[in-house]
Design a protein. Sequence first.
Lengths: 738, 158
Amino acid sequence: MTTRRSFLQGTGAIVLYFNMVPTSVLGQQVAAGSNLPESLVANPSLDTWLRIDADGLVTLSPGKCELGQGIQTALAQIAAEELDVAFDRVRVAAVDTATSPNEAYTNGSRSVEVSGAAVRAAAAEVRDILVGLAADELAVERNKVGVANGVFTVDGSASKIGYGAVVADLQLARNATGSASPKSQDSYRLVGQSLQRIDIPRKVFAESAYIQDIRMDGMLHARVVRTGDREAKLLPPTDFSAVSRLPGVVKIIRDGSFLAVVAEREEQAVKAAKALVRLCHWDTAKLPMQSPTINEWLKKAPADVRVVAESGAVGSAEVARTVSANYSRPFQAHASMSPSMSIAQKSGDQLTVWSHTQGAFLMRGAIAKLVGLDEENVRLIIAEAAGCYGHNGADDAAADAALIAMHMPGKPIRLQWSRADEFLGEPYGSAMTTRISAGLDANGQIVDWQYDVWSGTHSIRPAGAKRAGHLFAARQIAQPLPAAPVGNIPQPRGGGDRNAVPLYAFANQRITKRLIPDMPVRVSALRGLGAYMNVFAIESFMDELAHAQGEDPISFRIRYLADKRAIGVLEKLREQMAAAGFDAVVAPAGVGIAMARYKNSGAYCAVAMRVVVDTETGQLKLDRALCAADIGLVVNPDGAINQIEGGVIQSASWTVKEQVRLGLNGVTSTDWASYPILTFPEVPLVEVALVDQSNEPSLGSGEASQGPTAAAIANAVANATGKRIRDLPLTAARIKKS
Amino acid sequence: MAIKLNVNDKEVQLDIKPDTPLLYALRNDLELNGPKFGCGVAQCGACAVLVDGKSVRSCVVPVNAVVGSKIVTLEGLGSPEAPHPLQAAFVKEQAMQCGYCANGMVMTAAAFLQKNKNPTDEQIRTALSRNLCRCGAHNRIVSAVGEAARSYREGESS
């Protein structure tokens, strides 16, 4: 029997939230005048970053996780470059709290920027130390010694010794000083090359490549049994003895409303979990809105309202005409291909957790708090799973495994979420709605810009002990942790307001964020955070204004841009469009463009999409995408293009298909049939051009293309049909109705 | 109960129940990494293996249904020393991001290329239409399958 209860009951109407300073853990506020990159300031000992063995083999140990984005390859390129060794002489260690530098989360497309800078400086310094040792060994002046392919040179000629010969004297347990200068770009031989990724062969040949491939002696298989509502209470009767008698069942673990089953074999755990589902009764909250009523709900929900950017004086200009529009996106899922899992083992007072989290050190604190251990007694070891695209179920599954392992000392516990566990348990990208109002003067010039965004949080990561309350299980256990306050990422990065401040120079503008702390479903960071929605809205609206004035959408945008690199990607896109014949497209086909600079501080990306619309059925065919990106210095062009291309396709999937469906009793998207994504026949061709800006610092490419792609598709549909759709996703039903 | 399977040209005997999903027998008993758990209900394709040359979803096939059949996993397709054309092409085209779906792509394509040695890109897309990729590596995967088909044909004509 299920009783009704307001979802707000018990949690308080509005939870205070905190301002996240995302990298405060790294000690970003470095002593003035430090010449070291922020990660190296936080983790100064060189031996946490690099080791070299007697064969001259280099092990690089960064604090960033491989998520399928190719970061290990890019960092290995940088290390091999600075150390002057062959690329295949560098191994990259996975993150382990026992040995790795603490680089907090692998997020925000900042790994090449942040970790890359640290690796570059550390490797340059290690090379410098090695050169000093070689000079002693060879009894020559230090300035005569060089390195080629890991072999020392004297006056440019190869000596008889390489790195391996001097490592016995190499003492890297010392703090980086920043005394060595990294190479100048004109001498790069590896950075800037499309080297093949180091992780792909082991994946293609089915070697051990993923966390799923870790198998331990005596490992037991566990499943959790729950609904998608972490506040749901398990009601009596709770006699599960029939399940405990099923074959292979070792233990049923119940802690408050946290319920799990452990079995000898995986299929036994699956069967037992299904049997438990049938026996469980949950008191779960009704949702205060369903899919069709999200926008109204968001606009009425209690919110913290703040003006996040203001310039000029809104309302002061002479306005001939005001144009307004509302846009929205639904809840959307990370929907990683591998449902989350984790292995945990308690040995004595130590707990070891193997996880595919994005933040090993922060999870260590959160798990320690959850299970009541000291942080130094918890170790997180990272292994790769399928792409996560942000805060998916990884952290919650690690917490589940840890809780179960605490009940089963000595036993390695492999906890695997089902597909439905992942769809129901993961925190979604928040539903959002925006309103734009532009004041135009008599010449049609935008002289007044008001932008309002309504959004849930984009940050409930369990970042350390204080935020352990964000974990799914934290609210289920008999002694629940208090729900942690939701995160508010302030400008200039922003959360729900990421990219809400337009890159365009408007004389008078006000951007207002309405953060709804108490959402009816869990929401957190999904690739790009609010940027996806805000760029969709702004770039749709700019196109509407350009169209109303009969102006070319690229020229219209350039008129409001002062940023030369933004103009650069638009002009590059214009060339690509001309070469691809995008200028000559006629209905029922249409072309749309859009551009953004991610976070207004990251990569620039402009996208053009060609679509064909069947106006009878509303069927939308995404035909071909062109993309121009400026990501500064490119470490691995093919890797960056792969990220941008994947971003276009994933965003296209969100934009035309995806929404987490909400029913009265909760989320009803539980599998790939109820949460369809783009399939092979529906995927557009994608061509990416990188604008050469190699003298500029590297900018992450992983989240640059999602926002522009969404708007480019909406603009293309508008150009093909003459109808503007402002609510995502752009389904056939909506296109037909428009 | 003893179940006899032929996996990657080896006879194995497993003491497991006949309704055990093939995926668990392959991953947990035989410790093979190729087939992946993705959905458990044959929707995503990550668990694909070849059974008598046909691509099947091992998450929903009970082991007793494949007794007497030849089962091939990604491990059995090729090795770094002697790669299958698809494996070589996936490396050459860098046809993945996370690569979790790659097993299913390769195995499904391996069965498909046996039937169609000269496919168009559109035919490749149709053949892979029930395999999901979340990273957006689709176009690279299509290129890799086309590349493998070319190298198959060249191998046969030489």
